[in-house]
Design a protein around this ligand. Structure first.
Ligand SMILES: C[S@@+](CC[C@H](N)C(=O)[O-])C[C@H]1O[C@@H](n2cnc3c(N)ncnc32)[C@H](O)[C@@H]1O
Length: 384
């Protein structure tokens, strides 16, 4: 009772004070405005702390601090520039081509009588890609890319882990390729660097982002190469691709919209953890499944698809892959087989930290010594 009385006094005083303010100067605060306002970056961190501490257990504190720290970049050499000169320049900075260094080491050093990377010999790694990174623990930065002597930019700065889905796609010469969610175009550019595309369809729903993609292509790829690779840029809803061009492509990259975990911790703008985007965020796994299903339907039987995200979330990664495979089997009687990419873990262990226990696919986890990712990628073969 005493407590009630004590609590009641300030309330009475407040009301009395309010009554002394002339009515025209009274501003009633809306109750929502009194709620503490959290920036979206903070909401993202809260969400990750809740879900990822369960998902990753003891690993989460180290992933968390890495995600909050400055990320590392890779310099993808532009093969349409004077690439040997560019590579020399990057070597002088102390960087090394992690792709070719790892592949040549992997092939030279088989473990106890086994071939470490048997599938490389059969060409399942997309060829001709050169990407320089600073070694583990070296946090040097690359200078910005420059216009080279051949009139195109010399290299493209990207999260080096973003190259892994393209390497996993295993392009072969003469492939017809679809990049379903392509903008702003880092992976599209890498696909073209392989020199394997007979034709390349690069699509993104967002017209403003396809403009950025076009700019990247214009700055890095000479017109005659774009013509020779028959590059087609569109801005359609990727979910409809199965109906538009079913059973058509040899290789399809499905790099879906996701919670972009690193971006969501650093940038307020366009942050998917904004309260107003809650519904959109909750619907992401559904959109991801629809896009992956469309990508698989657009693939020829016998063709390959790589699904990728830059999120750590199982719900957006393995569950989407497993759910989509089940859906296609039930609804279309289409059989899809997940391919083993565990040799990537061994091949690229000097450059990236991998999560050791994904059920399907591979996941690069941020680490202070190798602060790339997150990047999840899973390769599938459409069997029927
Ligand atoms: C992770 S980003 C792609 C990044 C790109 N692959 C790269 O490497 O630069 C996902 C993209 O999906 C696009 N997107 C979202 N919904 C889509 C849809 N229904 N169809 C096609 N693209 C979509 C977004 O506009 C966004 O650009």
């Amino acid at each position: 009772m005493a407590a009630l009385v004590v609590r009641g006094v300030p309330g009475v005083l407040k009301r009395a004070h309010f009554a002394t303010i002339p009515r025209r100067h009274r501003h009633k605060k809306k109750w929502a405005a009194t709620e503490p306002k959290f920036p979206a970056t903070q909401l993202a961190l809260q969400n990750f702390d809740m879900t990822y501490s369960v998902q990753f257990g003891d690993l989460w504190p180290s992933i968390r601090v890495s995600l909050l720290s400055e990320q590392k970049y890779g310099a993808l050499v532009n093969n349409f520039a004077a690439w040997d000169h560019v590579s020399g320049k990057l070597e002088k900075l102390g960087a090394r081509d992690f792709v070719n260094d790892s592949i040549s080491h992997g092939e030279l050093e088989p473990e106890s009588g086994q071939t470490a990377t048997p599938s490389l010999a059969s060409g399942t790694c997309s060829p001709n890609l050169r990407c320089f990174t600073f070694t583990r623990g070296d946090v040097s930065r690359f200078p910005p890319a420059r216009l080279g002597s051949l009139g195109v930019m010399d290299y493209y700065l990207m999260d080096a882990a973003s190259l892994l889905p393209v390497l996993a796609l295993g392009l072969q010469s003469g492939d017809t390729v679809l990049d379903l969610c392509a903008a702003p175009g880092g992976k599209t550019l890498a696909l073209l660097q392989t020199g394997c595309c007979r034709n390349l369809a690069a699509n993104d729903l967002s017209t403003s982002r396809t403009v950025r993609l076009q700019k990247v292509l214009h700055s890095y790829v000479p017109q005659d190469i774009r013509d020779r690779n028959r590059v087609r840029v569109t801005s359609w809803d990727g979910r409809k691709w199965g109906e538009l061009e079913g059973d058509t492509y040899d290789r399809v990259l499905v790099d879906v919209p996701c919670t972009t975990d690193r971006h969501s911790l650093h940038e307020e703008e366009n942050n998917i953890f904004q309260r107003s985007r809650k519904k959109e965020r909750q619907m992401l796994p559904m959109l991801q499944m629809q896009l992956l299903a469309a990508g698989l339907l657009a693939t020829k039987p016998g063709g390959h698809v790589v699904y990728s995200t830059c999120s750590l979330s199982h719900l957006q990664n393995e569950y989407v892959v497993q759910g989509t495979i089940e859906f296609l089997a039930n609804q279309y009687s289409i059989k899809v087989q997940v391919e083993d990419l565990s040799y990537f873990r061994k091949l690229f262990m000097d450059t990236f930290s991998f999560f050791p226990s994904c059920q399907v696919g591979e996941l690069v986890i941020p680490n202070l010594l190798a602060n790339f990712g997150p990047m999840y990628f899973c390769k599938m073969c459409r069997l029927t």
